[in-house]
Design a protein around this ligand. Structure first.
Ligand code: SAH
Length: 217
């Protein structure tokens, strides 16, 4: 089975499982080539529904997790989306594809991965819509408030700077806690914060000042 065929089959099964619910997410899943975002040795596994190694102890999330989060983000054309944890750049590419018009700013704490992701995104044709910044994404000061925030590493709890950064009326999708981590949708409305638990998940831990590898304040 070639990769095109494998991609089509995986998308069909994710639709059947109820993970992919919208046409927009389905079309993006069919369009973005996951094999172009993994190391050469992992290409043939690109359409197995599991996380794959991208080096530096990090992984590209399983496709069902990427598209579950994309559906929860409720993306609309023209939005500004902020991602913490670029990894391979695949998730950011799917978001850009779903929005069509719109911008993604994605941050990666491992410099080598930021470069890897930037190469992948450029080759795949997303360099005009996705910006990659090598930094601790929780600490970055953005001038513009994002409509959506996606965190792809598990934080001890929802980091305060991200709640502050999120636009009013905006949504954040984030895994929190220790294994099994809880996937949450956090909404900000009129200054009020609502948290909704979705499901148990397994992500690599968030690093940096608001992560697990450093004591906070
Ligand atoms: N979304 C990615 C998967 C990311 S795995 C993809 O589509 O491939 C989580 C990533 O978060 C790892 O690459 C890790 O290095 C990064 N990360 C962890 N803590 C971070 C932080 N504080 N700021 C930015 N990136 C972080």
């Amino acid at each position: 089975m070639n990769l095109e065929e494998a991609r089509r089959r995986l998308v069909e099964s994710l639709v059947a499982e109820g993970i992919i619910r919208s046409e927009r997410v389905k079309n993006a899943a069919l369009k973005v080539k996951r094999e172009d975002f993994v190391p050469e040795s992992e290409r043939r596994y690109a359409y197995e529904d599991m996380p794959l190694s991208i080096g530096y102890g990090q992984t590209i999330s399983a496709p069902h997790m990427v598209f579950l989060m994309d559906e929860l983000l409720d993306l609309k054309e023209g939005m500004l989306v902020y991602e913490i944890g670029t990894g391979s750049g695949y998730h950011a590419a799917t978001i850009a594809e779903i929005m069509g018009e719109g911008r993604v700013i994605t941050t990666e704490i491992v410099k080598e991965l930021a470069i890897f992701a930037w190469r992948n995104l450029s080759r795949a044709g997303y360099s005009d819509r996705v910006a990659v910044i090598a930094c601790d994404g929780v600490k970055l000061r953005l001038r513009e408030k994002p409509d959506r925030i996606l965190v792809t590493a598990a934080a001890p709890d929802v980091p305060y700077p991200l709640l502050d950064l999120l636009k009013d009326g905006g949504k954040m999708v984030i895994p929190v806690g220790v294994f099994p981590q809880k996937l949450l949708v956090v909404e900000k409305r009129g200054g009020e914060i609502a948290r909704r638990y979705v499901t148990d998940v397994a992500f690599v831990p968030l690093r940096g000042e608001w992560g697990f590898d450093k004591k906070r304040r």
